[in-house]
Design a protein. Structure first.
Length: 118
């Protein structure tokens, strides 16, 4: 399973970005899909998670500003980020749990850098 993330970039505080992560490869099931971020010099933390059944969970710092969604048919998850703040700066990683050859495994994408300037 490969996860290809895109959409990062440089944005001013108060701006918006939309990240995408597309899953490809051979799998029979993939859920949940999630976004994590890793600020410079800090640990990776959950930003948002979504399941096939529609359950959504957000990290406390992004509630009300970010929105996660997914296109199940395209095996793609999106993260709409609004009212961005410098503290949102970091590398954003896509993560997915997928069933391949009858085994449930965790997969990570390569990360996309988001930089928010003040």
């Amino acid at each position: 399973v490969q996860l290809q993330a895109s959409g990062g970039g440089l944005v001013q505080a108060g701006g918006s970005l939309r990240l995408s992560c597309a899953a490809s490869g051979s799998f029979s099931y993939i859920s949940p899909m999630a976004w994590y971020r890793q600020p410079p010099g800090k640990q990776r933390v959950l930003v948002a998670l979504i399941t096939n059944g529609g359950y959504i969970n957000y990290g406390d710092s992004v509630k009300g500003r970010f929105a996660i969604s997914r296109d199940i048919a395209k095996n793609t998850v999106y993260l709409q980020m609004n009212s961005l703040q410098p503290t949102d700066t970091g590398v954003y990683y896509c993560k997915a749990n997928a069933v391949t050859s009858g085994n449930l495994r965790e997969y990570w994408g390569q990360g996309t850098l988001v930089t928010v300037s003040s």
